[in-house]
Design a protein around this ligand. Sequence first.
Ligand code: NAP
Length: 281
Amino acid sequence: MAATIIDGKALAAKLKENVSMEAQTLPRKPGLAVVLVGDDPASRVYVTSKRKDCDECGFYSEEYALPASTAQKELLDLVDGLNGREDIDGILVQLPLPKGLDEKEVLLAIDPAKDVDCFHPFNVGKLVIGEPVFQPCTPGGVMEMLKEYGIDPAGKRCVVLGRSNIVGKPMGMLLLHANGTVVTCHSKTPDMAELAASADILVSAVGKTGLVTGDMVKEGAVVIDVAMNRNESGKLCGDVCYGEAAAKASYITPVPGGVGPMTRAMLMKNTLTAAKLHQGL
Ligand code: NAP
């Protein structure tokens, strides 16, 4: 039987619509500040799309585009100023920062109550103990997809490929909290192919085109492709060999149109959560 394609684009639109409706009921509009340092073209695209999402959701948004030569102190002062602003609920510093800037120090400087990316160690800790304030956007978006399609990780073997702080680790944590049995693979995992082939839910977040071949997918597995790579012809693609995997999977996410739009929608959801928190709701 052909795999069901998980439509991240449609689901993200629905999520944003719900966020927009709830935002209208608040005494004050949610506000998001996005800080971009340097001129990385991919980061510029992400920042523009975040602004568009804010407009769609009826949020107030501000964008700070700083030159790559910005000093650490200048960036920290900006974050500090935004921390103190009553009309700003969420602060997002677009990563990666240009060389010479200390990302860790900048992320630590963001007020955890405005950390809508869920990167601050306080929020990461809250996530680990099962009391999250914000959902990390990409893994949170994956969990929303699973919920929407009636896929319950409880009792399932969940294999996550990749262990980055922004995707792999929080993904494993959310699946664990949802009572999945989680295995996390990384570049030093010798038997990744076998582990992947044992997964009921397989999440790939590595960033290597063609990494997940059909023989690494169990018959009937749910396959979630987080990666956003460019193939030789510059086309956006994931880690998963889509055709081979779709022939065996029960559910599969496409790239594009899968996890990507959900990540953006989750940022809006987190900004709404922050606005509610700040307004005592
Ligand atoms: P990252 O920080 O580069 O982490 C990649 C992870 O993959 C690392 O843990 C690395 O292991 C592991 N890895 C590398 N080669 C491997 C191999 N051959 N076998 C198994 N594991 C391997 O990347 P990231 O930020 O997590 O992003 C991963 C992918 O997701 C990228 O394509 C990125 O563009 C995409 N992404 C998409 C979204 C979205 O919204 N859809 C959001 C964020 C990221 P080590 O830890 O051992 O080095």
